[in-house]
Design a protein around this ligand. Sequence first.
Ligand SMILES: Nc1ncnc2c1ncn2[C@@H]1O[C@H](COP(=O)(O)OP(=O)(O)OP(=O)(O)O)[C@@H](O)[C@H]1O
Length: 636
Amino acid sequence: MNVKVNDVSVTVPLSRTLLQHVSLSVQAGEMVALMGPSGAGKTTLLNCLVGRCAGTIEGDISYNGKPFKEMRNSVGYVTQEDTMYETLTPRENLTFAAGLILSQLGAEERQSAVEEVIIKLNLQKCADTVVGSPGLVRGISGGERKRTNVALSLLGRPSLLLLDEPTSGLDSKMSDSLVRDLKEVALEGCTVITTIHQPSEVVFNRFDKVLLLLTGQLAYYGPIAGLRASLHDLGFQCPDGVPVPELLLDALEKPDSTEEQQQHRTRLHQLRQLTQRDAAESRTTAISANEGSLKPSRAGAGQQLKVLLQRELVNLRRSKVLTIVRAVQSIGASALVGLIFLQLERNMSGIQTRLFSSFLLVFTQFMFAMLGVVNAFPAERAVFLRESQDGLYHPAAFYLAKAVLDTVMQCLFPILVVAISYPMVGLNAESMDRVLLFYAIICIVSNCGSAVGFMVSAAVPTVSLALSIAPGLVMPQMLLSGIFIKVDELPQPFNALSYLMVARYAVQATVTNEFTCEEKSTCDRLVWQQQSGDSCDTSPCDFCCTGHEVQGAGGICPVLTCADAHTFLGMNEAWPLGNDNHETILYNIMASLALLLFFRLQGLNILLMSHRRATVGRYLPCNCVPQGKGVKKDTE
Ligand SMILES: Nc1ncnc2c1ncn2[C@@H]1O[C@H](COP(=O)(O)OP(=O)(O)OP(=O)(O)O)[C@@H](O)[C@H]1O
C-alpha cells in the first residue's frame, strides 16, 4: 500500500505540538525504520497513521489515495504492549482471531491461514504452549510473544503493517530474526513501518528507508543505502566502526557550545534537504500498490458471539485457579457462617441472628463475585481494546459473551452456599420453595456483585486501581441494607440511596422467605404467649420466648409465628411490599433483577466509553481539503 502523509501536525491541549508539518511518502512493499530520540513523536506518528491520534490534527494522510476509513481493514497495527489471551496458546489466539477476521473463509481455509502465519513468524515450536504471563505463569518467551503479536496483525493480511517497538526487550539475535521475518512480509508487497530503538547495523540494513524524527519534526527520511557517505559529506563525524543508526542519533544531539550549536543547526537543515532530494528521487521508482490478495471480512454479529463464547469457555477452563479459589471461598464462608450460627434457636434472640446469618451468606457472595471480576478482567481489558479498535467485533458482542458465561458461573457457587449453610444454620426448610427462593436470591446478588466488579474494572486500566475502588462500593451495600438501621429510618440522602442497593432487596427477600410458614393450629396464642422455657423444643409454635425474654417483653411473648417474627424485625414495612409474603418476595426479587440489569447495562456503557476513548480521533480528514490547507479536527 502507498502511504502519503501530507503536512501533518498534531497539537494537544495547552498548545503542545507533538508533530509539526510532517510530510512523507512510503511506497508499497517498502520497509521503513522510524527512529528518533525518546519523545520525538514516533508513537504519535504511528497512531496518526492508524487513525488513533489524540489532539487536534491538521493535514491529511492517504492510503493508496483513499481515506483511512476505506482502507482500515488493510492496516495492521502492532502496539508496544503484547496484547493477547495469556491463558491460550499462540495457535488458539490466532484461531479465534481468524474466526473473527476471516469469516468469509471456511473452517479449513481459516486454519490454513493460521498455519501460514505460524510458519511465516517461526512460531511452530511454541504454537501449542500457553502464552503465560511474565513472572507469574511460565509460558512462551518474550521473543515468541512479540512474534505472536505480529502474527495476530498479519492474520488479516494487511497491506500496511505498523509496529511500535516490536524489538524492545529482545536480544540482538531475536531482534534480527524478527526484522528478517518482517522483511519477508514486506517483500510480499506489504508496506512495513516500524519504530526501532538502537538497531544493530545488521538489523538496520534490512530496512529500505529510515524516517528520523526530532521533537515532532522530520529530521531525515530517505534510503539507508549510502547514508553513511551522505552524513560524512554533510560534515557529521562518522568514525569507522560506529554503526549508522548510532551516527544518526548522535547527529540529532544538540552540542553544548553556542558555536557548535550553530553548525549543528546548519547540518540538520542540510539533512532535511537531503530528505527532499531523496523524496524527489523515490517518486520515480514507485511500485504498484498492493491492497492485499485476500480482503479480510469481519464476522457478522452471530459469528462474533459464537467465536467469543468459545474463546471465553476455553479461557474459563484455563483459569481453573480462579474458579477453585472462588469455590473454596464459598465453601469456607458458608461453613464458617454455618458453624457460628449452628442450628439457631427458635427464640427471640435466634430471630435476630437468623437475619444476620442470611445477610452474611448473601453478602459474602456479592463480595467474592465482585473481587473475582475486579482481579481477572483488567488482564483482558487491553486485549479487548486492541481487538475492538481493530474492528474485530462490536464491544457489545464481547460483553454479551462475557455476561452469558459469567451469569452461569455466578449461579454455580450459590449451590455450595445453600447446600452447606442452609442445613447447618437450620434456615427455613418447610418446603423446597423456601430453599429454591433463597438460592435464587443469592444467585442474583452474586451476579450483581460480578456486574459491579465489571463496571469498576472496565472503567479503570489497572488491577490495583480497581482493587482500591471496589471495597468502597461494599460499605454502602452493608450500611444501607436495613440490617443495622431500618431503611425507612435512614436519614436522607441515605434513604434514597438505599433504593440502589441490591442488599436492601436481598435482605428483605431472604428474611421474608425465612419467616414464611404455615400457621400451626396447635399453637394456641393465649397459652403460649405467657409460657416460656429454656428452649422452644416443647412449643408447638414456630417461635417462642425464653423466661428472660418474656420478662423483658412485659410478660407476653411477642413472637410465636413466622408473621410475628417478620413484624418483630420490621421487615414488613419497607418498599416494595406485596399483599402477602409471596408477593413481597417476588417484588424484591424483581427489584434486584432490575438492579442487576441496570448494573449489566452500565458495564456495557462503560466498556463502550473505554472503547470510544481509546479510539479517539479514529478517522483523519483525508483527501477532503486542497493541498497544504489542513482541516482541523478536535478529537479531545
Ligand atoms: N495525548 C497527549 N497529550 C500530551 N502529550 C502527549 C500526548 N501523547 C504524547 N504526548 C507527548 O508527546 C511526545 C511524543 O510522544 P511519543 O509517544 O510519540 O514519543 P516517542 O517518540 O514514541 O517516544 P518513545 O521512544 O519514548 O516511546 C512526548 O513528549 C509525550 O509526552
